[in-house]
Design a protein around this ligand. Structure first.
Ligand code: IMP
Ligand code: MG
Length: 496
C-alpha cells in the first residue's frame, strides 16, 4: 500500500485570510464559493474541494462552489446527504481514507474513475442547524491530522457567516423592490439551496422557471445531475444535464424554447436518455407547459384566474399534506384505544378536517356545528346548528382552520364543556398568535402564521379562494381599503 501523505499546515493562515477577503468582496456567490474551495484545497494539499448546500427538506446536497473536480464528478448523481457520508449531517467531521472502497461513499465507481482517493468532510452550521457541508478530495491516500480538521472547521464557520450574510442581502434587495408582486414573508426564508439561489442560470427562462417554482413553494435543484449518453471505451463522450430536478415530484425538467434546430437535438438526447435510464422521469417543457405540469400535481389551478389576487404562496399543497399527516399521526397515538369525536365548524375547516381525518388511523366520529354572529361589533355568537351526537364521556377534539383573536373558539369551547366530554382539546391548522385576545391552550398546531390575511385550502376572503389547493397571502391592495389596520376578515363573513 502507498504511504499516506500528510500536510505541514503552513498554508492555513494565508488561506483563511484570503477566504475572509473574498467573502467580503463584490463577487457573485458562486465565484466566492469557488474561490473558497480553491484556497481550501490548496492549503490542504488536496486535488479538489466543494461546498454543498442542503435543500429545504434537508435531503439532497447541491454544489454551490467547487475546485479541481470535473463537471462529471460534480453531477454524478443526486447527492443524498443521508446516504453519502451521513455522519457529516449529524454534525461530525468525517474522514474517508479510501473512497473507492468505503460503503459510506455513494458513487464508489465514479470516485475510482475520477481518481478520488481520500475525503475529508465537515458540516456547515448556521445557528446550530446544519445547512450544508464542505468536502475535500485527494488523488493520493492521505492522513488528515487534527490541525487539518481544525482548519476545515474554520472554513465551514466562515462559510456559514458568508451564506447568512448573502441571505440577508437578498432579503434587503427584495424589500427594496416596491413593484415586485411578491411579499417578503415576516420570517426570513431558511438558508437552503433554492432560497439562496447560487445558480448562475444559463438562460433567463430558467430563472423565470425558478421564480415560478419559488412562488408555488416547489423545491428545486439546478442541474444536479449529468447523464452519460455515449462512451468511447471508458471515456464519456456525450452527456445530458437536465436543467432542474424537482425532488418532491421526482421529475427532471429540461426547459426548451420552440427553436426547431435546438428541439431536434434535445429530442434525440432525450430519447437516448430514456432508453439508457428507463426509470428516470424527465419532461421537456415550454413555458406554457410549466403551469399545466404544476396544476397536474395540485400546485395551482390556473395562475391567471383562480389565484389572481394571491401575492405569495405560504404553503404548497404538499407542504400542507405533509404537516397534516404528522398531526394525524400524533392524534392517532395520543387517542389510541379511546372514543374520539372530531368537532368542526364549516366552512373554513372543511378541507383540513377532511384531510386530517383520512390520516387518523383510529376509529372516530365526526360532528359538525354551525354558528353565526350578531350584534354591532359582531362579537356575539350564537349556535345555529347543534351537535348531532352526544359527547358526554367522550374525548372531543375541536378542529379549527385558523385561530385569530380566539373569540370564536373560546365561545365554542365553553359551550362544549357544558356537555361534559371526557376531555376537550384543540387542533388548529393555523395559529395567528400575534392577534390573540383570548388566551386558549392549543394542543395541535399545524403552522404559526404571521399577521396577514390568508386564503385558500378552505379559507376565504368574501366567499372566494376556498378552492385553492394551497394557502397564500392576498395582495394587500385588495383588502387595504376595507380592513382596518389588522388582518381581520369581514366580520359578517366570520367564522365560515
Ligand atoms: P377568531 O374568533 O378571531 O379566532 O376568528 C377565527 C375565524 O376568523 C376563523 O375561523 C376564520 O373564519 C376567520 N379568519 C381569521 N383570520 C383569517 C384569515 O387570515 N383568513 C381567512 N379567515 C380568517
Ligand atoms: Mg373557523
Amino acid at each position: 500500500m502507498k504511504e499516506r501523505l500528510s500536510n505541514n499546515g503552513n498554508g492555513y493562515y494565508p488561506a483563511l485570510s484570503h477566504i475572509a477577503k473574498v467573502s467580503n468582496s463584490e463577487l457573485s456567490l458562486r465565484r466566492i464559493c469557488n474561490s473558497i474551495a480553491k484556497s481550501t484545497a490548496r492549503a490542504l494539499g488536496a486535488g479538489g474541494c466543494r461546498i454543498l448546500l442542503l435543500d429545504s427538506r434537508k435531503k439532497y446536497l447541491s454544489t454551490i462552489g467547487a475546485f479541481g473536480l470535473s463537471d462529471f464528478y460534480l453531477r454524478k448523481g443526486l447527492l443524498d446527504g443521508h446516504k453519502s457520508l451521513p455522519d457529516i449531517l449529524e454534525g461530525k467531521v468525517v474522514f474517508v481514507p479510501d473512497a473507492t472502497n468505503d460503503e459510506r461513499v455513494q458513487h464508489n465507481q465514479i470516485a475510482e474513475a475520477q481518481r478520488v482517493c481520500s475525503i475529508l468532510g465537515a458540516p456547515i452550521e448556521d445557528k446550530g442547524e446544519i445547512i450544508g457541508e464542505i468536502r475535500v478530495y485527494t488523488h493520493e491516500p492521505r492522513d488528515f491530522q487534527d490541525r487539518d480538521r481544525e482548519f476545515l472547521v474554520s472554513v465551514t464557520d466562515m462559510s456559514a457567516v458568508l451564506l447568512e450574510r448573502q441571505r440577508l442581502q437578498q432579503l434587503l434587495v427584495k424589500n427594496n423592490q416596491p413593484n415586485k408582486k411578491t411579499l417578503v414573508p415576516s420570517s426570513p426564508p431558511k438558508l437552503t439551496v433554492s432560497t439562496l439561489r447560487p445558480a448562475e442560470f444559463a438562460h433567463p427562462s430558467e430563472e423565470e422557471f425558478a421564480n415560478i417554482l419559488n412562488f408555488y413553494c416547489v423545491e428545486w435543484l439546478y442541474e444536479p445531475r449529468s447523464f452519460p449518453l455515449n462512451w468511447d471505451n471508458d471515456r464519456v463522450t456525450e452527456m445530458f444535464t437536465p436543467d432542474f430536478y424537482l425532488p418532491e415530484l421526482n421529475i427532471y425538467i429540461e426547459l426548451t424554447t420552440l427553436k426547431q434546430s435546438l428541439m431536434t437535438v434535445k429530442h434525440r438526447k432525450l430519447r437516448k436518455l430514456k432508453e439508457l435510464y428507463p426509470n428516470i422521469n424527465i419532461k421537456l417543457l415550454t413555458k406554457k407547459d410549466i403551469v399545466t405540469l404544476l396544476a397536474s400535481h395540485g400546485y395551482n389551478p390556473v395562475i391567471e384566474t383562480k389565484a389572481e389576487g394571491v401575492a405569495q404562496i405560504l404553503y404548497s399543497h404538499s407542504q400542507l399534506q405533509r404537516r397534516i399527516r404528522t398531526l394525524a399521526k400524533r392524534i392517532s397515538n395520543d387517542y389510541a384505544g379511546q372514543q374520539l369525536v372530531l368537532v368542526g365548524i364549516p366552512k373554513g375547516v372543511i378541507c383540513f378536517i377532511s384531510d386530517l381525518m383520512q390520516h387518523i388511523s383510529i376509529p372516530l366520529n365526526l360532528d359538525i356545528m354551525a354558528i353565526s354572529y350578531y350584534g354591532g361589533e359582531g362579537q356575539v355568537a350564537k349556535i345555529t346548528k347543534d351537535l348531532d351526537g352526544i359527547i358526554a364521556g367522550r374525548h372531543v377534539l375541536m378542529v379549527e382552520d385558523i385561530i385569530d383573536t380566539g373569540i370564536t373558539l373560546n365561545y365554542v369551547l365553553n359551550y362544549l364543556r357544558v356537555h361534559n366530554p371526557a376531555s376537550l382539546r384543540v387542533c388548529t391548522l393555523f395559529d395567528k398568535r400575534t392577534r390573540r385576545l383570548v388566551d386558549i391552550p392549543l394542543d395541535y398546531i399545524g403552522f404559526e402564521v404571521p399577521d396577514k390575511f390568508i386564503v385558500g385550502y378552505g379559507l376565504d376572503y368574501k366567499g372566494k379562494y376556498r378552492n385553492l389547493p394551497f394557502v397564500g397571502v392576498l395582495r394587500p391592495e385588495l383588502i387595504r381599503n376595507e380592513i382596518p389596520a389588522t388582518s381581520a376578515p369581514d366580520i359578517n363573513n366570520r367564522p365560515e
